[in-house]
Structure formats: structure tokens, C-alpha cells
Design a protein around this ligand. Sequence first.
Ligand SMILES: [Zn+2]
Length: 141
Amino acid sequence: MDKSWMDEDRHTEKYINGVNFFVQFAFTHSAKGNTILCPCKNCVNCFWHEASDVREHLVCEGFVSGYRRWEYHGEESSSLRSFRDAHMEQFDEAEERDDLEEGYDELAGMIRDMRHDFGDFSDVEDEGCHNEHANECEPFQ
Ligand SMILES: [Zn+2]
């Protein structure tokens, strides 16, 4: 299958014709209702979209890099497993990052609690500031 158009600039007729061909191909081989998996850089074959949306994504965003064999859209491939594994690894990393962020949230919560314990001090400081400010303003009232 000729996929040289995938290397063309995305505003060229060749590329846009190619996108139309891809959408047709995907609908023939791998449609779910009136949607197909979107292989654009943002959706990364994880989201199902209608033809018009997929076409728009592929022209605006382009294909996710390395998607030269359309495994998710009905093209036969012996490397299906390795491609999928590579993607699963990416997802694992993303999940780990989420865990880390949750950890930071917990830490932030602990720090908040610690501050709460010393709340008396900061309250005094706050009042001091307010009074100072009020005095400064008095002559203008
Ligand atoms: Zn997309």
C-alpha cells in the first residue's frame, strides 16, 4: 500500500487525499458503528471518532509518529504484538506519573496539617499586619 503521502505536508492535496483514503480504509475494515479509532497525535488510537472528526484531526494534528502500518484499522501485521506492547508501556508510565502526583498531594496535605498545628502563630502575624495597615490608612479616612 502506498503511504508516501504520510510524509507530505499536511496541507497538500496528496496528504488530504491520503487521509480520505485512510478513513475509507478504516471504515471498510475496522469501523465500530459510524466511528473508527483516531490515529492522530492526540488520540493515539485510543478514541473512537466519526469520519469528519478523524479527518480533521489528521489534517490538524497529523498521524501519531510511527503509525506506518495501520494495525488498528484492519491492516495485517506480524508486528501487532510489539506495537501494542510499546503502547502499553507508555500507558504504564503515565499511570506511574499519576501515582506520583497523588503522592505529592498527600504530602501537600500533610504540610497543610502541620501548618494548621502552628496556626496560632500565623494568626497573630496576620492581625499585626492588618493593624499596621489600618493605621497607615487612618489619616486618609
Ligand atoms: Zn484524533
